[in-house]
Design a protein around this ligand. Sequence first.
Ligand code: ADP
Ligand code: MG
Length: 684
Amino acid sequence: MAGKKPGPASGIEGKLARLGIRSRAELAFHLPLRYEDETAVFAPEAAPQDRPVLVEARVLKPEVAYRPRRQLVVRAEGLVLRFLNFYGSQLKAFQRAADEGLLVRAYGDVRRGFFGVEMIHPRYRLVREGEPLPDALTPVYPSTKGLSQAQLRAMVLDALELAPLEETLPPELLRRHALQGIAQSVRLLHQPPPEADTAALMERTHPAWRRVKFDELLAQQLSMRMAYRARRGRDAPALPANGALLKRFLAKLPFRLTRAQRRVMAEILKDLALPHPMQRLLQGDVGSGKTIVAAIACLAAVDAGRQAAVMAPTEILAEQHYRKFSDWLAPLGVRIAWLHGGLTKAGKKAALAALASGEAQIGVGTHALFQDASVFARLALAVVDEQHRFGVRQRLALRGKGETRSAQARTAPHQLMMSATPIPRTLSMSYYADLDVSVIDEMPPGRRPVATKLVSEARRGEVLARIRAACGGGQQAYWVCPVIEESKEGDLQAAIDTYAALSAELKGLRVGLVHGRLPAAEKAAVMAAFGAGRIQLLVATTVIEVGVDVPKASLMVIEHAERFGLAQLHQLRGRIGRGSVESACILLYASPLSQAARSRLKVVYENADGFEIARQDLALRGPGEYLGEAQSGAPLLRFADLEKDEPLMISARDAAEALLDADPAAAERHVERWLGARRDLLRA
Ligand code: ADP
Ligand code: MG
């Protein structure tokens, strides 16, 4: 046998594997993508043109035409069929059919063209007169190259005979959610009976679809809740909220917390006081004031004699956190280490040593904070800011961090993730099912809405005048360039050129440039200069997208706004409108602007609420696009639709908790059936 293994990609097994099918059970659950209605047949002249239909006509004469390009043209009574790709055997078969007076039954879209009724590349069969029609819908399966619908259908029906479609869910659960049996549902979807509701099958609202979608959603909820419970079952240091530092800080806060801030603070402090790791997501629109809540949580750790880590996705944001935390907490005697790219070797060594000895109580940095050999002596809380900016892999690594290896095995730190990307409810229920979620749904007082305008690049002169006026009046401005990939030289050059051009056009203004490829120290210096007002106009890439907070900046110009995502535009715009003066955001676009781009941008300038923008963005782009990289490890739903199936999603979420409590073995079987090998991916 040496050397000649049957290649897995070669045979039928390889083809099935490409479809994600590795077992008979998976084959039985390979459900139709859609259905075709071949129960009614039309004469060519009577065929409706608004949908694919089955048309029947007597074959007259096949021939190969060469204009406008080589093709097989089959003339039938009242109907012409065209095949641009065809085999010689097809020509012969049609020839025989014409000789024997057979009929062609073709399924597809019908077109009334110059030569009468035409069908291009229909699926077809040659039949004798009077051949019975199928009496039920024909399922069409997701397939792959070299695997025909007929082959696939035969295998699925075989699998249905042999695979035990046992019920995974207890009868009470089915009753409570008005669900029908799984075996019955799956069989019906593969072989719909003639009397089944055709429209409901096609639109996937039929009770059989409902059951399958419920199962899928339930499996996803179960797997995430299992992961949640497993982590929650570990030990964590309890951090009671009665420490002296926390009390002193709360007594002299720099501003009065909003009601929403007080509510989420209470939720977080309650979790921290328990001896099990918190796994909480703090959501709040840009500017809603998440940072101070994080600082309060960190104080609880310090009060308990432990350490906290604060992680940000960019150096700029990490520095800003370091400064804020220092302003707020250093007066209380809290020692903070800042791990950043600009440190000298010795500086870095000292910072790491301070964390390792416990001398530093809070560590602030980018993910490098956890990458290096950095070791925290007594880490009790990890805060991850703008967590959606970290990739799936990084997030997994972060979740694993701080879990002590030796002494107290199974101890994990509390985790607080923060995100300003508001996501619609159903998506959040699905994507964050393994976290507890706190939401800040209120802005600090005194915020002024940002006036957003859509302006053509042709009016750049007016925009420059506006920048001059704002800066002349003591305000500051951002000019954001559409650098998509900072690693690409060419992309970055555009920002550098813009900087040069603006410096020349706006003589007398102090213009600065910041982008992701600048050395950390330089980046920090530029941001510090902007923060202090020494730079008036900051030309920037999206490195300023998250978190940057300069209240005097009241004007933002976003160049080529049409190239940005909506959530991103909203984030960028959130950098202004933080001070007391009226702020404006100018979305500069290159003409002509497509209708689609215009309606996208309209969502941003008509809405100030991040959740509403997120909802419309989701509707425009779908969840995959919407969540971008972050989505890659997230639940992939094959059958359920997060928008249409919200009620089912809510049922599945409730059922998941109930099943985990009542019948963990059933929960395990259910997850195994639906996710099998994919389950680890879903835990990212
Ligand atoms: P984000 O939620 O986007 O991270 P920040 O925490 O950066 O928002 O807060 C935005 C700004 O609002 C900061 O300057 C912060 O100090 C200020 N801020 C936060 N909470 C309040 C409040 N309750 N009252 C007034 N200002 C606040
Ligand atoms: Mg922030």
